[in-house]
Design a protein around this ligand. Structure first.
Ligand code: HEC
Length: 106
């Protein structure tokens, strides 16, 4: 194997490692930009805005029991004071942000 071939396959390996790491970020980005102001950066709804709007913590027993499909539906359609995000986020973004909320619950 000559040097340039070796360098090239090293580049491919780096790219293969970087892609999954990047793919975990979009949900977090959406969450920080669109959800954190009400739900809190940690999802525990301890901010003044969250208290004022009585946003439940994502770690509360009710929310822990919710399925991802239910969370996706609430994000798309809204619920009570929670705004609907249908049309503002793509289906993929909604799935990613709900996956990120699941991480916050651990
Ligand atoms: C303007 C404030 C606000 C923003 C912004 C907001 N939420 Fe909410 N969210 C609420 C409130 C209030 C509730 C409780 C609704 C109820 O039970 O009546 C809620 C409830 C939820 C629930 C149901 C579980 C629970 O805690 O009751 C999910 C899931 C959720 N929000 C996801 C999101 C996601 C994802 C985003 C960002 C894309 C987001 N929210 C942005 C205010 C907000």
């Amino acid at each position: 194997m000559n040097r340039s071939v070796r360098l090239c396959s090293f580049g491919l390996l780096l790219a293969a490692l970087a892609v999954p790491a990047l793919a975990q970020n979009p949900g977090e980005q959406v969450y920080r930009m669109k959800c954190a102001m009400c739900h809190g950066a940690d999802g525990l709804a301890t901010t003044p805005v969250a208290k004022m709007m009585s946003v439940p913590s994502f770690r509360s027993p009710v929310v822990m029991k919710m399925t991802e499909a239910e969370m996706i539906a609430i994000t798309n359609n809204g619920k009570g004071k929670m705004p609907a995000f249908k049309g503002k986020l793509t289906d993929a973004q909604v799935e990613q942000v709900v996956a990120y909320i699941r991480k916050l619950q651990r």
